[in-house]
Design a protein around this ligand. Structure first.
Ligand code: FAD
Length: 404
């Protein structure tokens, strides 16, 4: 038995290994990572790790988990090629590795624009622990930081580095923050609160080039010629899925490695999960590629079940969180296509939830510092229960009563 090989030891890959064992898989499980670390939590990197010189990474599982569960974890190895027909992998160290089943959990990587000056030192992006260590080091030597991109990562970093005493400017190409990921009320709320802490936010503005001296970045220059001093420039304009391995092996790729409801790619022995995988979403009927810990770990659990011969379809309710300074944002469901909403709580008090509807159907909830609404929303959507807007307006107690 060659067993299951998992490529990538991020949130998806590690959960897949754990779930295989929890569900009783007794063949070999080999977990390969091109990083040289014990697998770690990514969300704290942008929220806390980079502002505290003493902070330690948070491992996803302790070292004993891997040995104790007979998971053959191999750090510092890159998979260079998949021989799909021969069911073998070629490793960067020259070895080949046969598999019965393969799980691609290769994640995504920051999108890097072609920007004159982007090869200066001090121009960075944040995906890995190594990136976070570099940002922390550069931060200690920087007074001014420019962040390209007003998405979750960019804004989390902006809040974190501002709290660490840096002067931060965020430059966003379109005229609002957080793209279409959140409702406009949330986007403007986040903007107001960040600005109140001293973050400068330029929206509807692009950076034309970066300037530097002695090989190190010194400023970002906007398209209209404004010079923004910066000893560090952080690029946070989104990610691209790591699909090249799959693509080269002839596996179908469409904005991610295409998978069915059991996480199988176009080659049934090869599965894909997490940031790298795209699929038709059961909630909306649309094609998605979601970038969240929940999506990665729920898909991992399902992939393990598929390998063990179950035929469950993926029906996990999507949820996500982001901490931007004192805004704890939590989202459940998929809100695109909504046509009306109900607000609970008080925007001015930085505590409110927005319930999004398409007609009379609850699509999803965005909560700011109201974790109870979020948890109840996960229960409601998980149970397929759609309260009317009138019931929502009665508040959490009315909702709990209606759900019971
Ligand atoms: P990853 O965690 O990226 O793991 C993929 C791994 O595969 C990487 O280690 C990669 O190096 C490795 N790999 C790729 N190709 C190869 C190869 N050929 N050979 C060997 N190894 C390979 N999500 C939330 O829900 N909430 C948050 O608050 C949140 N905050 C975040 C903050 C930061 C700074 C970042 C970067 C992400 C955050 N996310 C958050 C997103 C979340 O971390 C991702 O959705 C999640 O990590 C996806 O898991 P994954 O296993 O698919 O990919």
């Amino acid at each position: 038995k060659n067993g299951v090989v998992i490529v990538g030891a991020g949130h998806a890959g590690v959960q897949a290994a754990a779930s295989l064992r929890e569900d009783g898989y007794d063949g070999p499980v080999i977990l390969i990572s091109d990083e040289d670390e014990l697998p770690y939590h990514k969300p704290p990197l942008s929220k806390t790790f980079i502002k505290d010189q003493e902070a330690k990474p948070q491992p996803l599982r302790g070292e004993a988990f891997y040995t104790g569960s007979a998971i053959d974890y191999r750090p510092g190895v890159c998979i260079d090629r998949i021989d799909a027909g021969g069911r073998r992998l070629e490793l960067s160290d020259g070895a080949t590795l046969p598999f019965d089943r393969l799980i691609l959990a290769t994640g995504s990587r920051p999108r890097i624009p072609s920007l004159p000056g982007s090869d200066f030192s001090g121009v960075v992006s944040l995906r890995s622990l190594a990136d976070a260590r570099l940002i922390r080091e550069l931060s200690a030597q920087s007074e001014d930081v420019v962040i390209l991109g007003g998405g979750f990562i960019g804004l989390e970093i902006a809040a974190t580095l501002t709290a660490a005493g840096r002067k931060v400017t965020v430059v966003e190409a379109v005229d609002r923050l957080l793209g279409r990921a959140v409702a406009p009320i949330i986007a403007s709320h986040v903007r107001q609160r960040l600005e109140a802490t001293g973050v400068r936010i330029l929206s509807g503005i692009t950076i034309a080039r970066l300037e530097g001296g002695n090989g190190h970045v010194s400023a970002a220059i906007t398209a209209s010629g404004e010079r923004l001093p910066a000893q560090m420039v952080i690029i946070g304009i989104g990610v691209v899925p790591n699909v090249e391995l799959a693509q080269a092996a002839g596996i179908t790729v469409a904005n991610g490695i295409r998978v069915d409801q059991q996480m199988r790619t176009s080659v049934p022995e090869i599965l894909a999960i997490g940031d790298a995988a795209s699929y038709r979403h059961w909630l909306t009927g649309g094609d998605v590629r979601l970038e969240s810990v929940q999506n990665a770990t729920d898909q991992a659990r399902l992939a393990a079940r598929t390998i063990l011969g179950h035929a469950d379809a993926f029906t996990a309710v999507p949820w996500f969180w982001s901490d931007i300074g004192d805004i704890k944002l939590q989202m459940v469901g998929l809100i695109s296509g909504g046509d009306s909403h109900v607000v609970l709580g008080d925007v001015n008090e930085n505590r409110f939830s927005i319930y999004h509807y398409a007609g009379n159907r609850l699509l999803g909830i965005e909560s700011v510092n109201r974790p109870g609404d979020h948890m109840l929303g996960r229960k409601m959507l998980g149970a397929g229960f759609s309260p009317t807007p009138q019931t929502v307006a009665t508040g959490p107690d009315g909702l709990k009563a209606a759900l019971a």
